[in-house]
Design a protein around this ligand. Sequence first.
Ligand code: FES
Length: 257
Amino acid sequence: MSVQPSSATRRHPPSLAGTFVPANTLGGQVWWFQPVAVVVALTAFGIYAFWAALQGRGYIAPYLSPFYSPQVPWGGLFAPFWVLWVPLGFRASCYYYRKAYYRSFFWDPPACVRLEPSNRKYSGEQRFPFILNNFHRFFLYLSIIVILFLWWDTIRAFDFSGHFGIGLGTVLMLINVVLLSFYTFSCHSFRHLVGGSVACFSCAAAGNARHGLWQRISSINGRHPLFAWLSLTSLLVVDVYLRLLLAGVFTDPRWVA
Ligand code: FES
């Protein structure tokens, strides 16, 4: 005797493990859209960043590309890579990006209520290369140093041959360093550094100040994924803008005192 599926089963076919999922959508969105979009965006950014770092030029007065900061005097064509491994390691080990690329690149699982491929064995982050993710807090410390250099570059972007000024490049660099700062200081490891290990703020040294800072960081920590994407976009925009200036496609609009 054949058993007819119920109307509910027809609308929501069972997944491999019998977990019921909406046919092809999650909350009205096609479930695979987000992982595919992440793959496309991160791959495109990675290729562009690699290409930009190999161009050998990232400066047009008074602007310095964030891919070339801080400048190192050795390495020739590969000089930017002496620094780029820091933000690369910081982003690759970021808790948000880990979720994004595990889902998108490794389909592990690709989305909520979707199963990962059945032949996977979970080994946590105990083997190379993923064991490096455990060094995230050290990448944070190094990234804070890089951020300080980027702020210095931005301050110098107001200096037009000894005169204070603002160009479109100045504005773009300022937006970029602000977004990068929000991304860096909304990091989960930074939040933990400030208040995560304190059981009693009123008993701790500088407890009130730490509690206030911890609360502020907690409020931006909730938007960490947003800052991750916005700062990635602003990095791209600044470098593309500088390359267009270097290529002479147009001149930088400026307001100099
Ligand atoms: S930078 Fe994302 S969690 Fe630290």
